[in-house]
Design a protein around this ligand. Structure first.
Ligand code: NAD
Length: 335
């Protein structure tokens, strides 16, 4: 029976790149039962909300989603749809691989690392307020729990083990944030002690940023808290060609959501020139997650070869090809 997957085309370039991803996933030889669902600013006129109940019900049923970028409607009362989806399904692990692409000019070659970011706690817990009516000061509360730290570091070690990775680097700021980052580090050390076969390193976040820029090839799996992971994973995506080539997975116990990291690109929406690579690569992560390893490898290779060949390079990577032309270049390699 085909695996059911909720498909959220999203806003802006979302539908263009998501439809291209569906085409290449199917051409990789996997039949999925796509349940199309609305979310984002585009859902408001028809559903009255950017997160329709039917979309949540669909994800609850399929436990899997492939998602295009979403615009959060401007105005009072709308919280980020992406953050809301992460909270609703407790998608605690944000996984962002950064692997160099042949044919994409960057400062380094051979980068192959993964940032695993705690996705629900820390400074993004949403506990924030002004201290007085004059808004003369504001406070944001960072919440770190032992349980939350343990499950994300354990996830990082399991991820490393299952993929033959050798090293996990825990990134923190425990020298200053002694309670929150200190708890994350202390818990991480205990988890690491259970995984003697994998090298464990600790690094303070500012040093980590510098080391990533100087010598990214020393890193393998990085695990860190929400804010640090948000920043470092954009840094690492810059190392391999930028957000247009970066995919991410949001993993929970009961559900997983795969997405491109880029936004809705309103400047090029509807022009047919968006680069669909990131959503296609999110498709690779989805296939891996459901155990379709062969198809995942096949699709990953086809995307990488299409990029390397430069026969259909989209404008963001310096070419003049359309999304359709790039999709055809991937399809050709799958058939
Ligand atoms: P953006 O990623 O949409 O665009 C930044 C630049 O990158 C633009 O020049 C755009 O044309 C280009 N770009 C992005 N993706 C591309 C692709 N696939 N191919 C070619 N070029 C691409 O970022 P932004 O302008 O800051 O945000 C626009 C909207 O997207 C906002 O409403 C924001 O909230 C939303 N957003 C959503 C997500 C998400 O759903 N995951 C992520 C980021 C931003």
């Amino acid at each position: 029976m085909a695996t059911a997957v909720t498909l959220i085309p999203g806003d802006g370039i979302g539908p263009e790149v998501v439809n291209a991803a569906v085409e290449v996933i199917e051409a990789a030889g996997v039949r999925l039962d796509w349940h199309r669902a609305a979310a984002g600013a585009g859902a408001v006129p028809t559903h009255g909300t950017p997160i329709p109940a039917a979309t949540l019900a669909s994800i609850r049923e399929t436990k899997l989603a492939l998602k295009g970028p979403l615009a959060t409607p401007i105005g009072e009362g709308y919280r980020s749809v992406n953050v809301a989806l992460r909270k609703e399904f407790d998608l605690y692990a944000n996984v962002r691989p950064a692997r160099s692409f042949a044919g994409v000019e960057t400062r380094y070659t051979g980068v192959d690392l993964i940032v695993i970011r705690e996705n629900t706690q820390g400074l993004y817990s949403g506990v924030e307020h002004f201290v007085d009516e004059e808004h003369s000061a504001a406070e944001s509360i960072s919440i770190i729990t032992r349980k939350g730290s343990e499950r994300i570091v354990e996830y990082a070690f399991q991820y490393a083990k299952s993929r033959g990775r050798r090293k996990v680097t825990l990134v923190h700021k425990a020298n200053i944030l002694k309670c929150t980052s200190g708890l994350f580090l202390e818990t991480g050390r205990k988890v690491a002690a259970r995984h003697a076969g994998i090298e464990f390193k600790e690094l303070i976040v500012d040093n980590c940023a510098m080391q990533l820029v100087k010598n990214p090839n020393q890193f393998d799996v990085i695990v860190t808290t929400n804010l640090f992971g948000d920043i470092l994973s954009d840094l690492t995506s810059g190392l391999i060609g930028g957000l247009g080539l970066t995919s991410g997975a949001n993993i929970g116990v009961d559900a997983a959501l795969f997405e491109a990291v880029h936004g809705t690109a309103p400047d090029i929406a509807g022009k047919g020139v968006a680069n669909p690579s990131a959503v296609m690569l999110a498709g690779v992560m989805l296939l891996e997650h459901i155990g379709e390893r062969t198809a995942a490898d096949k699709l990953d290779t086809a995307i990488r070869e299409a990029i390397a060949s430069k026969e259909a390079t989209t404008p963001d990577l310096g070419g003049s090809a359309t999304s359709r032309m790039f999709t055809n270049a991937v399809l050709k390699r799958l058939r």
